[in-house]
Design a protein around this ligand. Structure first.
Ligand SMILES: Nc1nc2c(ncn2[C@@H]2O[C@H](COP(=O)(O)OP(=O)(O)OP(=O)(O)O)[C@@H](O)[C@H]2O)c(=O)[nH]1
Ligand SMILES: [Mg+2]
Length: 462
């Protein structure tokens, strides 16, 4: 990707609105603006141009006026990208915007790639990588939780902590490498007890950060809750009762739901994504089989699994058997499985059965009459404390999570090497790898592939 040329893109969406913005960035931005913009005071823009000023006038192609606009001029390095930037605020017609971009391209600019403004901002040192990602999240935030998380990341979140850690590690690795140089003298520059303490402390804080991902991700994208169980257990009825809407088709015919249906609702400030699934059973029907495959996929992706049983037809032994099977299905995935005994209005459970179900922590509901739902919703969100959002640090970016996991593995490997009395070069190798993984989060260490991958997920004009 050529980062030396001048780029242009719409900064606002392709919809009819009061105003729209076209942004130009690069060496030729101001020259192009002077070429196409005529101030309303009949003077030339090049004669009156100053940094950080707004100008009112027209965008013209030859003598044809495309629009009356306000021009903002930012001179490098004091702009979003760190380059010369011109922003044109025009009347919000997609046609005007297209015409303007066509004209600007004809004057020597190139259409920007996805996220190219942000990439330039990063490469010119205006923001670190994690902050540019926070901006993408900020644009996509659609509720108070995702907004707050993006804001926290934009303001640094765990960046400073990682930066300090990386510096400390770089120093340790260098000292260890010095020992290799002085191996003949048997010099020791790094006290092994202190190093052990340092590595243990780091391992613990990296573990805390990685552990926060599950919750952070649920806060950001909504807690995924799969409603599963045999056909006719009342899954779709429960989904509709929670949504207070006839969203899913309900019928007494087994195998009514064929595809997964997903809806998000807000429970006391927490976004929860409910997924109604096809009832799980052995079936020869191709469509139903596909539905069941999707149900299993929904379980795979869920944080919480509501396992519904029909209190009017089930018996305890069978329920225990089903729970065992579902536990095997989600084995080691750290999901919470909540047993939900539905149809309490026509329940055939004995007192003893009810006690056994209580011991299994079951929640008793009657989806049809919307009874017991409050308790169920409370159970679902019990591990998500909205107050934590302000007081705790959360990792909610998958790329950061993977890098932190790798760093954690490196630090633990360094610890194992240390315990086994390994040579300084082996310990230092693991520590250096940890610093690289940590550095990849803020972009201190990165390569073109990582950058292209990150910025390709951005929108055009950002
Ligand atoms: N009496 C009673 N009937 C219920 C209750 N919940 C659901 N039903 C009935 O049970 C039948 C099946 O309900 P659904 O919600 O379609 O069941 P499902 O689990 O989604 O079934 P599939 O989509 O086929 O897997 C319908 O006739 C519902 O009216 C309840 O709490 N009490
Ligand atoms: Mg259904």
């Amino acid at each position: 990707m050529n980062l030396q040329d001048t780029i242009v893109a719409p900064a606002t969406g392709n919809i009819i609105s009061a105003l729209g913005i076209v942004r130009i960035s690069g060496d030729k931005a101001i020259e192009i603006a002077c070429n196409i913009f005529s101030p309303n005071n009949n003077r030339k823009l090049s004669d009156i141009l100053k940094a950080n000023k707004l100008y009112y006038g027209s965008i013209k192609e030859d003598n044809r006026i495309i629009d009356e606009v306000v021009l903002s001029v930012f001179v490098a390095p004091n702009s979003f990208t760190g380059e010369d930037v011109v922003e044109i605020s025009h009347h919000g017609s997609p046609y005007i915007q297209q015409e303007m971009i066509r004209l600007i391209v004809s004057k020597g600019a190139r259409l920007a790639d996805k996220g190219e403004f942000s990439m330039r901002s990063f490469l010119n040192g205006k923001m670190n990588l994690s902050q540019t990602e926070a901006i993408a999240d900020l644009i996509q935030s659609n509720n108070s939780t995702s907004h707050l998380l993006a804001m926290k990341q934009l303001r640094g979140n765990y960046n400073e902590e990682l930066k300090t850690l990386r510096q400390r590690f770089l120093k340790i690795a260098s000292l260890l490498e010095l020992e290799i140089d002085f191996s003949a003298e048997q010099e020791v520059f790094v006290d092994r007890n202190e190093l052990r303490e340092e590595l243990e402390k780091t391992s613990k804080s990296l573990e805390e950060l990685t552990n926060s991902f599950k919750q952070g991700n649920s806060f950001k994208n909504g807690l995924p809750v799969a409603i599963v169980g045999k056909p006719n257990s009342g899954k779709s009825t429960l989904m509709n009762a929670i949504l207070n809407d006839e969203r899913s088709i309900v019928s007494s015919i087994e195998g009514t739901t064929r595809d997964t249906i997903e809806e998000v609702i807000n429970i006391n400030g927490i976004q929860v994504r409910f997924i109604d699934t096809a009832g799980i059973r052995n079936s020869d029907n191709e469509i139903e089989k596909e539905g069941i495959r999707r149900s299993l996929l929904a379980i795979e992706k869920a944080q919480v699994v509501l396992y519904l049983v029909d209190s009017s037809t089930e018996n305890i032994d069978s329920i225990q058997q089903q729970l065992q099977e579902i536990n095997q299905e989600v084995y080691s995935k750290e999901k919470e499985i909540i047993l939900v005994a539905n149809k309490s209005d026509i329940s055939t459970f004995s007192q003893q059965d009810t006690e056994t179900l209580s011991q299994l922590n079951a929640v008793f509901i009657c989806a049809k009459e919307r009874k017991g739902l409050d308790k169920l919703l409370e159970r679902i969100t019990q591990n998500m404390n909205i107050e934590d959002l302000n007081s705790k640090v959360f990792v909610c970016n998958e790329r950061h999570y993977n890098a932190l996991m790798n760093a954690l593995i490196d630090v633990n490997l360094a610890l194992v090497s240390l315990e086994s009395g390994a040579d300084a070069d082996i310990i230092s190798f693991n520590i250096r790898r940890a610093t690289e993984n940590i550095g990849s989060i803020t972009g201190e260490i990165c390569n073109d592939d990582i950058l292209s991958n990150i910025f390709s997920k951005f929108c055009i004009g950002k």
